[in-house]
Design a protein around this ligand. Structure first.
Ligand code: GDP
Length: 540
C-alpha cells in the first residue's frame, strides 16, 4: 500500500529522550565534581566540613547548612567546586555500578599518623577502575606523630607517584582540624580541573544524576540532583529512573529556593510522583505524557527484572558479551590466602594471550572476599575469584542480591583453565564441586582418645557424613580434608540440616577453634569439558 515497514521495540519510548548531542561551540566551562574517599577515621567527614566552612560566598547569607547530598563552594579565586557529601567509596561505586559516573576528581584522604590502610588501597582501586584522577590530601599533619613523607613513599607501592617524587599526582598536606593547607588543596583541585577542561552546554533541557532521594513529611518525595548538562527550571517535566514529576520547587545547598540550576550544580528537586534511587538518571522531557510513558516502561522493566532476578549471573552475561564480540577484556577481582599463590596466579594470567579478549585484574589481594570486592567487580561487570578464601556473609548476600557469581578454587591449574575458557567465551559456568553447607564452630571439646570435637551449628544448607570439608578461619581456608564423625547428641547421623546443632571431628586434623567455619562440599564429576562444549557448539 505504499507504506514503509519499520520495526519497533518497547524500548523505543526512550529514543531521543536525551536530545541531540551538543555542538562544540555551545559548550561552556563547568566546575569539577569531587568525591572524597579514604580509610575510616582518616578525616573524610572533617575535611568535607572544613571545606564547607571555607566557602567565600557564604558571608552574611549564612553558610552551606542544608545536607542535600552535595554542596558547591566558591574559592577565593572565584572558581567553584562541587563536593559529593557522602564520603567513602561505597557510594561512589554503587553509583558507578548504576552507570552514573558523576565524579571528575577523587580526593584521597590519608592520615599522616596512620599511613596507607586497607580502605585507602580500595579507594585507589575504585578511582582507577573509574579512570578518575586522584589528588592526595595528607591529613592530620597537626599531629605530633604525623609523617607525611612516609605517606608519599607508601603511595609508590600502589603506583601513585606524587609530584615531589617526579610523578604527576598532587599531594597536599592538610589539617581538617586547624584548616592548615585547605586553600592549597582547593587550588590543587582547581588546577586539576583546568587540566581536565570540563565543559557542558548550559542552554538546553537538563540531564543529570540523582545523588540522593528520600520521602519527607510535608514535602513528599525529594531528590538531590546533580545537573550534568543543560539547566533545570521550575515547571520542567522530567523522568528520574522509573519515576517522573514536574519541578514544583528547587532548593539549593543553602536551603534557599532557586529558580534554576545549571551544569555541576547540586539542587534539591520537589515535585516527584515517587522516590527514585541514588544513581538514577534525571532527564527533562518535553511533556507529561512522554514522561509518564517512559516511567511506565521502566517500571514494567523493573518488575520483570525482579521477577527473574538471579536467573542470569554476570558470568553468563560476560560470556555472551565475549561471544558476541562486545567485550574485549575480562575484568577480574582476585583474592587469595597467601602472597605466593597471588603472585603465581597474577603472573600466569598476565601471560595469557588468547585471541582478542584479555584478562584485566581490577584488584588482587590477600584475604577474604569483602563487600568492596563485590561492588568493585560489579561496577566493572567483572567476576570475583577466590583462591582458598571465601566471601564474608555480607559479601555473599550482596553477590546473591546482585546476581553476581563468586568462583572458588583450591587448585591453581583449575583456576587458570577456567579463566582461559572464559576468555574464549566457551565455558559454561559449571562448578566442579557442589557446595553443601556451612557450620559454625560454637565450642571445642577435648575428648580423651577421640581428640578434639567441634560443637557446631549448621548455618547454611546441610552437612553430610562422608563429604569433603574445609576449615575456614576469617574466610581463609586453613585445612581441607574429610569428616571423621558427624553426630547429633550421642548418635552418628547421616546428615544435619540448617538450624540444627551437631558434633564434628576431622580425619587426621585437630587444630580447630571456636568461631571457625566448616564448609561442606561434594566432589562432582566434571560435567562438561572444554572440548565437549566446543563439540556442542559446532553441533548446534
Ligand atoms: P572519617 O571516618 O574519614 O570521616 O573521619 P572523621 O572525619 O570522622 O575523623 C575521624 C577522627 O579524626 C575525628 O575524631 C576527627 O576529629 C579527627 N580528625 C580529622 N581530621 C583531623 C586533623 O586534621 N587533625 C587531627 N588532629 N584530628 C583530625
Amino acid at each position: 500500500f505504499g507504506h514503509k515497514v519499520r520495526r519497533v521495540a518497547e524500548s523505543d519510548v526512550e529514543l531521543g529522550m536525551l536530545g541531540t548531542d551538543d555542538k562544540v561551540e555551545d559548550l561552556r566551562p563547568r566546575c569539577p565534581v569531587v568525591t572524597v574517599m579514604g580509610h575510616v577515621d582518616h578525616g573524610k567527614t572533617s575535611l568535607l566540613d572544613a571545606i564547607r566552612q571555607a566557602d567565600v560566598a557564604s558571608g552574611e547569607a549564612g553558610g552551606i547548612t542544608q545536607h542535600i547530598g552535595a554542596y558547591q563552594i566558591e574559592v577565593p579565586s572565584g572558581d567553584k567546586i562541587t563536593f559529593i557529601d557522602t564520603p567513602g567509596h561505597e557510594a561512589f561505586t554503587e553509583m558507578r555500578a548504576r552507570g552514573a559516573n558523576v565524579t571528575d576528581i577523587v580526593i584521597l584522604v590519608v592520615a599522616a599518623d596512620d599511613g596507607i590502610m586497607a580502605q585507602t588501597v580500595e579507594a585507589i582501586r575504585h578511582a582507577r577502575a573509574a579512570k578518575v584522577p586522584v589528588i592526595v590530601a595528607v591529613n592530620k599533619i597537626d599531629k605530633p606523630d604525623a609523617d607525611p613523607q612516609r605517606v608519599r613513599t607508601e603511595l609508590l607501592q600502589h603506583e601513585i607517584v606524587v609530584e615531589d617524587m617526579g610523578g604527576d599526582v598532587q599531594a597536599i598536606d592538610v589539617s581538617a582540624l586547624t584548616k592548615q593547607g585547605l586553600d592549597t588543596l582547593l587550588e590543587a583541585i582547581a588546577l586539576q580541573a583546568e587540566v581536565l577542561e570540563l565543559k557542558a552546554n548550559p542552554d538546553r533541557a537538563a540531564t543529570g544524576v540523582v545523588i540522593e532521594a528520600k520521602v519527607e513529611r510535608g514535602r513528599g518525595s525529594v531528590a538531590t540532583v546533580l545537573v550534568q548538562r543543560g539547566t533545570v527550571r521550575t515547571g520542567d517535566v522530567f523522568v528520574a529512573g522509573a519515576e517522573w514529576g514536574r519541578v514544583r520547587a528547587l532548593v539549593n545547598d543553602r536551603g534557599e529556593p532557586s529558580e534554576s540550576a545549571g551544569p555541576s550544580e547540586p539542587i534539591e528537586v520537589l515535585g516527584l510522583q515517587g522516590t527514585p534511587t541514588a544513581g538514577d538518571d534525571f532527564v527533562v522531557v518535553e511533556n507529561e505524557s512522554r514522561a509518564r510513558e517512559i516511567a511506565d516502561y521502566r517500571q514494567r522493566l523493573l518488575r520483570e527484572k525482579s521477577a527473574t532476578a538471579g536467573a542470569r549471573g554476570t558470568v553468563e552475561q560476560m560470556l555472551s558479551a565475549i561471544q558476541s564480540g562486545e567485550a574485549d577484556e575480562l575484568p577480574l577481582v582476585i583474592k587469595t590466602d597467601v602472597h605466593g599463590s597471588l603472585e603465581a596466579i597474577r603472573a600466569t594470567l598476565e601471560k595469557l594471550e588468547t585471541s582478542v579478549v584479555k584478562p584485566r585484574i581490577l584488584h588482587s589481594a590477600v584475604g577474604g572476599i569483602s563487600e568492596s570486592d563485590v561492588s568493585l567487580a560489579g561496577a566493572s561487570g567483572g567476576i570475583i575469584v577466590g583462591f582458598n578464601v571465601r566471601a564474608n556473609p555480607q559479601a555473599r548476600e550482596m553477590a546473591r542480591r546482585d546476581g553476581m557469581e563468586i568462583r572458588y578454587y583450591s587448585i591453581i591449574y583449575d583456576l587458570i583453565d577456567d579463566v582461559k575458557a572464559l576468555l574464549t567465551g566457551m565455558l559454561a559456568p559449571e562448578l566442579k564441586e557442589e557446595f553443601l553447607g556451612y557450620a559454625q564452630i560454637r565450642q571445642v571439646f577435648n575428648i580423651t582418645k577421640v581428640g578434639k570435637v567441634a560443637g557446631c551449628m549448621v548455618t547454611d544448607g546441610v552437612i553430610k557424613r562422608g563429604c569433603k570439608v574445609r576449615l575456614l578461619r576469617d574466610n581463609v581456608v586453613i585445612h581441607e580434608g574429610s569428616l571423621k564423625t558427624l553426630k547429633r547428641f550421642k548418635d552418628e547421623v547421616r546428615e544435619v540440616r540448617e538450624g540444627y546443632e551437631c558434633g564434628m571431628a576431622f580425619e587426621n586434623y585437630d587444630d580447630i577453634r571456636e568461631g571457625d567455619q566448616i564448609e561442606c562440599f561434594e566432589l562432582k564429576e566434571v560435567a562438561r569439558t572444554l572440548e565437549q562444549v566446543q563439540q556442542e557448539a559446532s553441533a548446534g
